[in-house]
Design a protein around this ligand. Structure first.
Ligand SMILES: Cc1ncc(COP(=O)(O)O)c(C=O)c1O
Length: 446
């Protein structure tokens, strides 16, 4: 699951005591375990080895540069959705030919930047005239813009059509992306028409298909459904004279928010590999875009209890982290296991479950300092008795934690720490209140 475990009543990340991190770096702080990141990446690579996939880590799940560097060194590419993420990918040293770029609203400047030219303003870099590996195109007008920007630069690039397979991934409606009513991609029924119209473009070689059905997808069956539909489309397109060289399956594999919640990488691979292995032998390149399954369990959020307010019926554990630090509970009613970093021996958790059943636990709402009733990390939890100053760990917070955080109510962004064995490095400094106002200190006419 991960390398966070209790030893004699104290939570460690690999070889480092988390109380030491909180003392040195303050709270709230995101703490990541390098060994967990590498282990999850390697397991995925090994589970899917028969398909020889290019694994493009989904930067939106966690975009810290040092973590991106770690994955790039392991052989990963990057899945980006903006010029800002591409800038990070380049700074992390990821070669552009390992970068895929999705997103429904790419701007002209971002497209230019991804083609290897200067975007407008600050978007510079990349290797002059050398495009990223693949644009995942989501609509007709986007294809037309990409083609016109590529023509303007006299560039040639490759694109995949993101098809919407109309499959239910059985996850939260806000993270369901592959159903007909979602804004993503082009309906699979219109794909042949799309290739008919754009398949012969000189500047944008339409040679791929892209799928991303949602996240987290705990049941592998919807992948089977979506890939079967894609395979059928690949055959139809071949008959129409369009060869598909790349199939990008997107992301969405689960993470263990509770012990044993998610299928292992091997279980997804077991049903996906047979559907694609012959095509891979015939030259199809498979791409995966995992985020959560690699980084989810690799991160915990450390937060300190500010106050304990007793309502009579339950206790409010008021923390220095809240929806501004980790919005998943407020946005998706997502569950994160929360437990004190230091506990009496009888409270050492044997597993991480929504229902903890140990004598002496107290009913609590774990909430933040923000002026919103949606500002909670966990409601109706049974926790060991807590007091002001205690440290709590919010588990499986590595994905869509820091990247979705905000400065709402004037709270600076948290620090990020990366543990490798017995060493802990601050990989993102805590923001200060000065940082919050820096861009507003002067005004200028436009
Ligand atoms: C296009 C695309 N690819 C990959 C991902 C990563 O998903 P996950 O972190 O669940 O693997 C997402 C997440 O929203 C996505 O939109």
């Amino acid at each position: 699951m991960d390398h966070f475990r209790y030893i004699e009543g104290e939570l460690f990340g690999e070889g480092v005591r988390l109380t030491d991190i909180a003392d040195a770096a303050g709270t709230p702080t995101y703490v990541y375990s390098a060994a967990t990141i590498v282990e999850h990446y390697d397991r995925l690579a090994s589970a899917f080895s028969e398909l020889k996939p290019l694994i493009c880590f989904s930067l939106k799940s966690c975009s810290n540069l040092q973590i991106a560097k770690l994955l790039v060194a392991r052989g990963a590419g990057m899945d980006v959705v903006s010029g800002g993420e591409l800038h990070r990918s380049r700074l992390a040293g990821c070669p552009d030919d390992r970068v895929v770029y999705a997103g429904v609203g790419k701007t002209e400047a971002e497209i230019s930047y991804a083609l290897g030219f200067e975007g407008r303003g600050e978007l510079r870099g990349g290797e002059e005239g050398k495009p990223i590996r693949l644009f995942n195109v989501e609509s007709e007008p986007e294809f037309e813009l990409l083609a016109s920007v590529a023509k303007h630069h006299e560039a040639v690039t490759h694109a995949a059509l993101r098809v919407n397979p109309d499959v239910d991934p059985k996850t939260h409606r806000y993270t369901t992306t592959g159903k007909r009513e979602n804004k993503f991609g082009v309906d699979i029924d219109r794909a042949r028409e799309f290739f008919e119209k754009y398949g012969a473009n000189e500047h944008v070689k339409l040679t791929g298909l892209h799928l991303h059905i949602g996240s987290p997808v705990y049941d592998p069956a919807p992948y089977v459904q979506a890939i079967e539909r894609a395979n059928q489309l690949i055959d139809e397109l071949a008959r129409d004279g369009h060869e598909i060289k790349t199939l990008d399956l997107g992301g969405g594999f689960g993470a263990d928010y509770e012990t044993g919640r998610s299928p292992a990488a091997a279980e997804y691979a077991k049903v996906i590999t047979p559907l694609l292995k012959d095509r891979v032998k015939d030259g199809l390149q498979v791409i995966l875009e995992p985020g959560r399954s690699i980084i989810g369990n690799a991160g915990v959020l450390l937060t300190r209890v500010q106050f304990v307010k007793d309502s009579g019926e339950k206790k409010f554990i008021i923390c220095d982290a809240g929806m501004h630090t980790l919005i998943r509970p407020a946005l998706y009613e997502a569950f994160h296991f929360i437990w004190p970093v230091k506990v009496e021996p009888q409270f050492e958790p044997k597993h991480r479950k929504a229902e903890m059943d140990l004598p002496g636990l107290e009913l609590c709402d774990v909430v933040g300092p923000i002026c919103e009733s949606a500002d909670f990390l966990g409601l109706g939890r049974k926790l060991p008795p807590l007091k002001r100053g205690d440290l709590l760990a919010v588990f499986t917070a590595g994905a869509y934690g820091f990247t979705l955080s905000s400065r709402y109510n004037g709270h600076p962004s948290p620090a990020e720490v990366l543990i490798t064995g017995g060493d802990a490095q601050i990989v993102r400094k805590r923001e200060t209140v000065t940082d919050l106002v820096e861009l507003e200190l002067t005004s200028k006419s436009i």
